[in-house]
Design a protein around this ligand. Structure first.
Ligand SMILES: Cc1ncc(COP(=O)(O)O)c(C=O)c1O
Length: 465
């Protein structure tokens, strides 16, 4: 397996080693293979495409591109074309907004969100509460998994419109939330929105097996290129219940300025695609899906899981000279129902947190791309860092948009931790990447890195700031 992925790295991602990069931010964005880019350049150089909203030859060719991509996307996710529609969007957030602004929110209805959600999902609550719907959260357990979901789902008014929104995989902790929650929510009278953005780059999603009403995805997270194309996969009956708050070019059949009248498109994916699609970007999506399929998503999953397990074990084994652990993981410390994303902070020999910005700085110096902060997932952060309720509330209320930043917030809560380091592995990652990261982490050891076999001699922990 390793040899196969090493070969893949040499063939498709040689720029990483040529430029000395260690890329560990796959939850931020996937990397494109050279093959995709070459195929795209050849394809574009050999064709002429016009705006798909006309009926001329180049326009029809562009329309065909988009229709082929729709079919390919349905096919990749094993979605029944009789049941699911493809709505191309700018990204996962664009897909979420389409649902939020058109869902039939009403007093008596409810949005139930897992606290572990990306802000682009949290934002749905603004639409819900503006229309009088109830906003509720499901808190996670200490290891950031979910439990007692049913208790939180109970009591929804089945005569009203309710939405349950959750991520298939956490972009904070890497936890995979069970997809059985979809059926459970349906049984309790909810429509279900599945945020699959962090899940699909390394996991199969079979929409014949699981049937959420809405699924949002950003393609750059799956295969790096193109950026600027996402998708809302929506069940036709659920799409039919949405009421768009406006119309635009592409979503109408006829508009009269004189009579202020409008005939909207039939309820298909196209009725949700405002203006001219990113048709050249969309044209590159099938090649990305082909790339994943040729390697095999199960193989990618096994590769990523293997590296994650190694990294987790290496990190948990890191000790200071006095025997104190060096790493605190936020989320599961084992491989059960988790993906290739690890959130953590380093600890000093007395058990205090090392400033995550210091880890970022040393990682940057070593050419390692990772992420720090709370990763646009404040709900998971609040539980991971155990924000003191009252202090957090007071600080949120007293800090203004002008004065708020993550450090000021932490200071306001008497230096309470508000951020962490996140590493995530993917298709092109290898053990050498992990070793480079471990060298940097080990450089924070109280008496240097000698304890790590093969580690370069890096200096011990320096005072931060
Ligand atoms: C789980 C999850 N959902 C949604 C998003 C939003 O994706 P985008 O910024 O591409 O709209 C992200 C991005 O990091 C994510 O990780």
């Amino acid at each position: 397996m390793d040899a196969r992925f090493e070969e893949l790295r040499r063939r498709e991602f040689s720029r990483l080693d040529a430029q000395g990069h260690v890329y560990l931010d796959y939850t931020g964005a996937g990397l494109y293979s050279e093959r995709q880019v070459r195929a795209n350049a050849e394809f574009l150089c050999g064709s002429v495409f016009g705006n798909p909203h006309s009926r001329n030859p180049t326009s029809l060719a562009a329309t065909q591109l988009c229709e082929d991509a729709r079919t390919r996307v349905l096919d990749y996710f094993n979605a029944d074309p009789e049941l699911y529609e493809v709505v191309f969007t700018l990204n996962a957030s664009g897909a979420l907004k389409l649902v939020g602004e058109a869902f039939p929110w009403e007093p008596g209805g409810r949005i139930l969100l897992t606290a572990d959600n990306h802000n682009s999902v949290n934002g749905l609550r603004e639409f819900a509460s503006a229309h009088g719907a109830d906003v509720r959260y499901v808190p996670p357990c200490p290891d950031l998994r979910l439990n007692a979901l049913e208790e939180h789902m109970a009591g929804a008014d089945r005569n009203a419109h309710n939405l349950f929104a959750f991520p298939a995989q956490s972009n904070f902790s890497g936890v995979k939330h069970s997809l059985d929650a979809i059926q459970l929510a349906h049984d309790h009278g909810y429509h279900v929105l599945l945020d699959a953005a962090a899940f699909v780059p390394t996991n199969p999603l079979d929409l014949r097996r699981y049937a959420p009403d809405f699924v949002c995805i950003s393609f750059y997270k799956m295969f790096g290129f193109p950026t600027g194309v996402g998708v809302l996969l929506a069940r036709r009956n659920a799409l039919g219940e949405l009421h768009r708050p406006w119309f635009a070019g592409g979503t109408v059949r006829f508009v009269s300025a004189q009579n202020k009248d409008v005939h909207l498109q039939h309820v298909t994916g196209r009725a949700f695609e405002d203006g001219t699609l990113n048709y050249l970007g969309i044209a590159a999506v099938p090649a990305g899906l082909d790339f994943l399929e040729e390697i095999g998503i199960e193989r990618i999953n096994a590769h990523v899981m293997g590296l994650t397990e190694t990294l987790l074990n290496d990190m948990l084994a890191l000790r200071h000279g006095n025997g104190a652990p060096m790493v605190r993981i936020y989320g599961p410390e084992n491989m059960e129902m988790r993906g290739g994303t690890i959130a953590f902070n380093l600890l000093d020999p007395e058990g205090g947190l090392v400033d995550f910005r210091a880890v970022e700085q040393r990682s940057n110096e070593a050419g390692i791309s990772l992420r720090t902060g709370f990763f646009c997932n404040p709900g998971a952060a609040e539980f991971a860092f155990e924000y003191p309720d009252e202090e957090a509330f007071r600080c949120i209320k007293t800090l203004t948009p002008e004065t708020f930043n993550i450090q000021v917030f932490s200071d306001c809560m008497s230096d309470h931790p508000v951020g962490a380091v996140r590493v995530s592995v993917g298709i092109a990652s290898n053990r050498a990447d992990l070793d480079r990261l471990m060298e940097v982490l080990c450089s924070f050891r109280d008496d240097g890195c000698a304890a790590l076999p093969g580690a370069a001699a890096l200096p011990a922990l320096a005072t931060v700031d």
